[in-house]
Design a protein around this ligand. Structure first.
Ligand code: PSU
Ligand code: MN
Length: 303
């Protein structure tokens, strides 16, 4: 049987009801280029610690789910030579049975975090409803997991390569509260604002924690909460550059016939390459900001 391996530091924190923040590994293995990914992995853990919480980066190694990767294990996840599989929640069983190494998406990370007793999770962008989903049916499992898993996911909205309006509609249908952190508009990852309003605005970690506690303790059901934290002002991408990269990226997907789980990694790589690294700085800044905020909320939630 595959039992989850929880790092000692994480297990101790959970036993003492101290703050823990889950971090995903797909952003490391498939979202950021080699080298940079390892630096970001280390910085994310450091920023969580500095805010008073314990980081738990999650992945599957040799078929075993690990909650709280060691430094060697972070090296392993970030080394492209290891060719990690992108694992959504449905891929966990096959990866366990076949003894594979894999990077976990928001969907699988949230599921594993919840099972381990970690209920706050920071990432970059949430998966969502893709443009043209009425034909392709490409809707990220991230949304389904948020609808059924009591975790707080802190992200910078969803990328504008997705259908943001449809994503927000689906989150409403599935009873997932969406909070904007110090913003009235839902953020679009590289950009601070999309054209869509957030249903609720919160302005400090205490209030986020209060919403999470009320939702968890007093609202029937098991849905999670989404906290949308826009990229810091100074790292927001220029809108014209963004629009150009997006148009070219969508065209690239069409001409290369990219679909399914490869869409997100291919688009991210296009942005990083075609922007001369500008999008990488944006990506790193937003995920760092989300990790810090997640840690602040986790500290507020700890008794
Ligand atoms: N958004 C990003 N970078 C990423 C991802 C999303 O800006 O690396 C990853 C996350 O792990 C997310 C996954 O859960 O992509 C969504 O993939 P899909 O759309 O195939 O479900
Ligand atoms: Mn998909």
């Amino acid at each position: 049987m595959t039992t989850t391996r929880i790092a000692e530091e994480v297990a101790d924190a959970l036993a003492e009801n101290r703050a823990v923040v889950a971090l995903e590994s797909t952003i490391l293995a498939h979202g950021l280029p080699p080298g940079r990914n390892r630096e970001v992995a280390g910085r994310l853990e450091a920023v969580v610690r500095a805010a008073g919480a314990v980081p738990a980066t999650i992945a599957v190694l040799s078929g075993v789910p690990v909650v709280g990767l060691s430094t060697n294990e972070l090296d392993r996840v970030c080394d492209p030579a290891n060719d990690l599989v992108k694992l959504s929640r449905r891929d966990l069983g096959p990866a366990y049975a076949l003894g594979r190494d894999g990077a976990t998406t928001v969907a699988s990370t949230a599921a594993l975090a919840d099972a381990a007793g970690v209920h706050v999770f920071a990432t970059g962008g949430l998966g969502g409803v893709h443009r043209g989903a009425h034909d392709s049916w490409d809707v990220s499992a991230d949304l389904d997991v948020l609808a059924t898993t009591p975790v707080l996911v802190v992200c910078s909205g969803v990328k504008s390569v997705l259908d943001i309006g449809a994503t927000l509609e689906l989150l409403e249908t599935r009873s997932v509260p969406v909070l904007g952190y110090r913003v009235d508009r839902f953020p679009a990852f590289y950009l601070r604002e999309s054209e869509f309003d957030v249903p609720w605005r919160v302005d400090d970690p205490k209030h986020v924690a209060a919403v999470v506690a009320a939702h968890r303790d007093r609202v029937p059901g098991r849905s999670g909460v989404l906290l949308a934290n826009p990229v810091p002002f100074e790292f927001e991408m220029d809108r014209d550059l963004h629009d150009r990269l997006l148009e070219d990226g969508l065209e690239l997907l069409r001409t290369r016939g990219v679909h399914g789980k490869n869409v997100t990694p291919v688009l991210l790589e296009h942005f990083h390459g075609a922007s001369g690294g500008v999008s990488l700085d944006t990506n790193e800044a937003l995920v760092m900001s989300n990790a810090r905020l997640a840690a602040e909320v986790a500290v507020e939630l700890a008794p």
